[in-house]
Design a protein around this ligand. Structure first.
Ligand SMILES: Nc1ncnc2c1ncn2[C@@H]1O[C@H](COP(=O)(O)OP(=O)(O)OP(=O)(O)O)[C@@H](O)[C@H]1O
Length: 478
């Protein structure tokens, strides 16, 4: 082990990773990179006012903030191209006949029974002869744990060369997967794992000996194809994780295909994604031959039980007064307020703070670590108001939020109603709070039109609210 592991020993995760003997030729390079965990949303490099949700960052936030397994009652959809593949489901981990040390690792993680997707995916993932698989289910349903188990159980520790490749879209997502592998394999010290991510350098005069490589496509291309530090033909399991995020990341699609082309056609190909649209499936078809496809239906957000209002205001100051009046008349639990620009978010936060509200701001100028801290504080109720831009979008459900205010309505680049974002902002899934209030603040004809387009799109009435009338406001609270 190099310096890196020594320096990182204060970190719980690193201790676990250490157990899997993750090597670093560059001493503390890994450690250094961990501290520049600093992705910014404004990709252009200039100080942009508008935030766009970055798929890889959103996925990372959801992963880290996710509090355990998402239980869903929704059904599985299974399609099998290969009629000879065995397809059955298991209700226990014992039924998978895993090595005792792996089973011990699973139980040490607190997993008692397989999740819904694992029940069906695991027998196929572990089958002999190996089966190819495409699995799609929303974040938090147990995909990572499933393929990590397959990766660990396929390794032949008597062979000292890479046998498993796992591709992740970003450094941070690769580290997350590595942590799961380290935890699950904590009683299998003979399995060696290595990260192929930025900051990790290799001695080009030596072949790589670790069994499992987890990394980003560019680095794995360099190591496997450019420098030939391992034999791609000896890879027996190829995992493409977060495929939907992968295609949203420039260049990754082609790099994955180049890696895939070098693999032995007998290699088990596993493809995971949180979404399942045409683009993802076209990509999947290029990577995975004769797959078993397992899909867990997504819990869609809905506007059922959301009371929607609009308030006509003169200008920005008028919008602020509307919020003040609402707070003056009803007791608001926790609220999220969406603004179009960072500047508006900062302005509003300063005003509300000076009025005595405990306010948190989440915008794209924060690092991922800072965003996590803000969301964690808000979720634990330390702040009652979260002011944000479009950086907070799909998937980050905060259960106890009762009111969502669109200080600015969501619009696309042409200024037209962005109904999908509207739904993500105010919609709820069945798992979360059943009712809620959404308030849209409008100023002029243009915003009125956007609001009425949203109303038409969802075919659900958005009622007018007069925030100058205490009686009217009180009614919405009931
Ligand atoms: N069988 C299980 N029993 C209990 N908890 C589980 C089980 N499988 C996974 N988990 C936990 O549920 C959470 C989500 O699992 P996992 O990360 O594998 O899901 P995912 O679908 O890959 O989602 P994401 O892409 O967000 O990581 C994790 O905290 C994981 O430790």
């Amino acid at each position: 082990m190099g310096d890196w592991a020594k320096k990182a020993e204060d970190q719980e995760v690193s201790k676990l990773v250490d157990k899997l003997n993750i090597e670093s030729d560059t001493g503390n390079s890994h450690r250094k990179k961990c501290s520049d965990y600093d992705l910014r949303v404004s990709k252009s490099g200039e100080e942009t006012e508008f935030d766009v949700a970055d798929p890889a960052e959103t996925s990372l936030l959801i992963k880290i903030l996710g509090k355990g397994l998402v239980n869903t009652k929704l059904s599985l959809d299974i399609q099998q191209k290969n009629p000879n593949s065995p397809l059955h489901s298991v209700k226990t981990f014992e039924a998978l006949h895993l090595k005792a040390s792996l089973l011990k690792g699973i139980y040490a993680m607190g997993f008692n029974t397989p999740s819904k997707i694992q029940e069906t995916a695991l027998p196929t993932l572990l089958a002999d002869p190996p089966q190819n698989m495409i699995a799609q289910s929303q974040s938090g349903t147990g995909k990572t744990a499933a393929f990590v188990l397959a990766m660990l159980s396929r390794v032949n520790v008597s062979l000292n060369h890479p046998q498993v490749l796992c591709l992740s879209p970003t450094y941070e997502l690769a580290i997350q997967t590595g942590e799961v592998a380290a935890r699950m394999g904590q009683f299998c010290p003979e399995i060696k794992l290595r990260f192929a991510v930025r900051g990790e350098e290799v001695d080009r005069s030596k072949k790589i000996e670790e069994h499992i490589l987890i990394g980003t496509p560019g680095k794995l291309l360099d190591w496997g194809i450019k420098f030939r530090l391992f034999d791609m033909k000896k890879i027996i399991v190829f995992v493409l994780d977060e495929a939907d995020v992968m295609i949203a990341t420039q260049g990754h699609h082609d790099q994955c295909i180049r890696i895939h082309k070098m693999l032995n056609p007998q290699c088990q190909m596993l493809f995971f994604s949180a979404t399942y649209d045409k683009e993802v499936m076209d990509f999947a078809r290029l990577i995975v031959a004769d797959p078993t496809i397992i899909r867990l239906m997504r819990e869609e957000e809905s506007l059922e039980n959301i009371k929607q209002y609009y308030v006509k205001c003169k200008n920005e100051e008028g919008k602020y007064n509307a919020i003040q009046n609402i707070y003056g008349c009803i007791s608001v639990g926790q609220a999220i307020i969406f603004c179009h620009t960072r500047r508006t978010a900062a302005w509003l936060a300063a005003k509300m703070t000076s009025d005595g509200h405990s306010v948190a701001v989440l915008s794209g100028d924060l690092t991922v670590e800072q965003r996590l801290a803000v969301l964690d504080r808000f979720r634990s109720g330390l702040e009652k108001v979260l002011i944000t831009t479009n950086v907070l979008s799909r998937g980050i459900d905060i259960e106890q939020v009762t009111i969502v205010v669109n200080f600015d309505l969501p619009v696309d680049v042409r200024g037209m109603a962005d109904c999908e974002t509207y739904l993500h902002r105010i919609g709820r899934t069945g798992r979360f709070g059943k009712s809620g209030i959404a308030i849209n603040l409008l100023t002029d004809e243009k915003t009125m039109k956007v609001c009425s387009d949203i109303e038409k799109h969802f075919n659900k009435k958005i009622e007018v609210l007069n925030t100058d009338s205490a009686d009217d406001i009180e009614k919405i609270g009931t």
